[in-house]
Write a protein that binds this ligand. Sequence first.
Ligand code: GMT
Length: 371
Amino acid sequence: MNIAIVCYPTFGGSGVLATELGKALADKGHNIHFITYQQPVRLGGFHANIFYHEVRVPEYPLFDFPPYETALASAMVDVVINHNIQLLHVHYAIPHASAAYMAKQILAKQGRYIPVITTLHGTDITLVGRDKTYSPVVTFSMNESDILTAVSQNLKDETYKNFVIEKDIEVIHNFVDVKRFNKRPVDAFKKLIAPKGEKIIVHASNFRKVKRVDDVINTFLLINEKVPSRLLLLGDGPERPYAESICRDCVAVESIKFLGKQEQMEDILPIADLFILPSEYESFGLAALEAMAAEVPVISTNAGGLPEININGYSGFMSNVGDIEDMCKNALTIFKDEAKFKANALAQAKKFDIENIVPKYEALYNRLIKY
Ligand code: GMT
């Protein structure tokens, strides 16, 4: 099949998932064309049947707000025509679903049918999309997509709650390539970070308010009072300066490291003993799933779609948003029975292995592609 994937190229979960999906499909022999404004961070390397088409938005003095959506729709039309694309799969509704609708209409005028799948990822629905500024366009373009998918049951429910959706939303959970993340042995690398055998605790996110990075730090400080430990913070974003300032003033400052954005998560996660994701909301929590695939138990909140992946008392624990005492207590419970929780985390991740999930997308493509 010749598939075009439209996504954000950044470190956000939707871009990561879209890129991993494209790579997996290319490995299966499909031709995959990424359309976005920058090379997706997880793309890396050379793949014979992956193509990247950059959307350029020309500058013009009149444009205080350069029209990315128009440039994107035009790029979609161009790629569909010139690369014999059979289906457009757009990740994150804004503005990808409406740009796809526009491209579809333009192509229809030329007698060309192009089916569109929109995959909803989270903030496109729960935060940005439901804002009055965007919701009429988001609602319309979701309804005009040939198939709508959501990455969790929770996100499907939230979408129906917040928008008037006239069609069925199919839940296809996010996935992880377990083989890639389950790297062993890691002892030498671990010794560098924790020379005295301290517990290594990891958090990874885009440091937005919704991630509650201060809860990560405060939970760590409680744990650190009881168990020698190190905290690694991966990623970057608006809350990082505030997070750094909290750490500078705390007693355990030497035990906390900000590592910034990392492309090779599979090299870092396997050294961790615990992953913390105390978000106010996660439609899914792909970062937590990647940690589990690396055999790392997860302390998370019970918000949004997290209960669909982190099983309380099995792959880790869940607490109410903001309950850092409970998160600390749960971390200590995990450390007491570490081997069991690590094995469970891996077993849980295997349910979302790439091999189980990617065929579900292929089945959707086969349903829609007519020639
Ligand atoms: O979490 C973010 O802020 C990034 C966002 C995105 O769209 O890139 O992530 C969302 O999509 C991910 C992949 O489907 C999910 O794993 C995240 O849970 C979801 N984030 C939120 O719902 C806040």
